[in-house]
Design a protein around this ligand. Structure first.
Ligand code: SAH
Length: 249
């Protein structure tokens, strides 16, 4: 059974878009996942198939109607247990752990907003999670949905070449990844860090770990302090159980 993405949108032509190419595209062609769009406009009202209306309380812009979204939700066929997600800057930030949870399930139902957003009541009434891809405002939820799907699809079994590349990468252990280098060993007067040419695997692993820690501390104080907290807790737990020495995180 393939992993199923069902997308409710006013712009179905935006899918699969870039996900029709490369890794995700091959997986789509190979039936690892499927991408079904459903046009919200089909459920619009009146001669003009209106999906939106002016906001109660006044203010700029338009809001997508609850009844239109609900009719679309009733019309789709999504796998049992697939989470429903509304992409919105008001949502909780999307994290790698969410992506991994979605990828392990049967698929996702994604609702893409436009204009000012969607009537809050249908989100509450139909158990729709609200997820943001970052602290900036896009013109619509479609590009955010593509981001979420890209992150999920590369985790599906058989999509990535080497199984390892999913394990040892940014966020997987709470740190950003160490820097990468390839041939030539000397380029533009810059040499690759010597330890990487040493063949000493323990020294290489230690160097990479240190780099990952430094980069995380410098670029992402939020991830760094969470990582330190976790290390402290692990060390305390190891201490209580009478272990000694290094504990890892
Ligand atoms: N008035 C809204 C922004 C609307 S942007 C607000 O201030 O919160 C129009 C649509 O783009 C949204 O409904 C949402 O579906 C999508 N969108 C915009 N920014 C996004 C983000 N950072 N993450 C996910 N979806 C986003």
């Amino acid at each position: 059974m393939s992993w199923q993405a069902t997308i409710l949108t006013l712009f179905p032509d935006m899918f699969p878009g870039p996900l029709g190419l490369s890794l995700a595209g091959r997986a789509l062609g190979g039936g690892v996942w499927s991408c079904q769009t459903h046009d919200l406009r089909q459920h619009g009202l009146g001669r003009h198939r209106a999906v939106d209306d002016t906001p109660f309380g006044g203010g700029a812009g338009m809001v997508i109607r609850a009844d239109v979204v609900d009719a679309a939700l009733s019309a789709i066929q999504a796998p049992e247990g697939a989470p429903r997600v509304f992409l919105t800057p008001r949502g909780r930030p999307l994290r790698q752990q969410d992506v991994s949870r979605y990828a392990q399930g049967p698929g996702v139902v994604l609702l893409c907003g436009r204009f000012e957003g969607v009537d809050e009541r249908v989100l509450e009434a139909r158990g729709i999670e609200q997820v943001s891809i970052g602290d900036y405002v896009l013109s619509g939820g479609e590009t955010a949905a593509l981001v979420l799907l890209d992150a999920c699809v590369r985790l599906l079994p058989g999509v990535m070449g080497s199984d390892e590349s999913g394990v040892e990468e940014s966020f997987s252990d709470g740190l950003l990844e160490y820097p990468h280098y390839t041939r030539p060993a000397s380029w533009d007067g810059r040499d690759v860090p010597e330890v990487l040419l040493s063949g000493n695997h323990a020294a290489i692993a230690a160097w990479r770990q240190k780099q990952a820690e430094e980069i995380t501390r410098e670029r992402r104080p939020d991830l760094w302090s969470a990582w330190l907290d976790r290390r402290e807790r692990n060390e305390a737990a190891a201490g209580r159980s009478g272990q000694s020495g290094r504990t890892g995180v």
